[in-house]
Design a protein around this ligand. Structure first.
Ligand SMILES: *[C@@H]1O[C@H](CO)[C@@H](O)[C@H](O)[C@H]1NC(C)=O
Length: 92
């Protein structure tokens, strides 16, 4: 049995998309791919975003990804957000 979790992105009321750094979990250094388990990639991307000195966000592009669990630890050095455009699938 699958549990599907669909989240849509949050939009900021102010600020432009260009002044915040983006940590895309599908970047080679994180290694997330649609259909794969991105638990570790998401944790790494969050760590980097959280450690960033300026506002930043972690982005999960559209696609379906598996996730075993996630914990987002702070405190962060600057505002950090998570944007999910895809579908996160919990383990069977
Ligand atoms: C993220 O940071 C925490 C705290 O520094 C560390 O324990 C953890 O191993 C890091 N996770 C990854 C995936 O790098």
């Amino acid at each position: 049995m699958f549990v599907l979790l669909l989240l849509t992105s949050t939009t900021k009321a102010h600020g432009s998309e260009h002044d915040s750094s983006v940590f895309d979990v599908t970047r080679a250094e994180y290694g997330a791919k649609p259909g794969s388990d991105i638990t570790f990639a998401l944790a790494k991307a969050w760590n980097d975003s959280c450690a960033s000195l300026s506002a930043s966000k972690v982005v999960v592009p559209s696609g379906t990804y598996k996730l075993r669990g996630a914990s987002f630890r702070g405190p962060c050095k600057a505002p950090s957000e998570l944007q999910v455009h895809g579908t996160l699938q919990a383990p069977e």
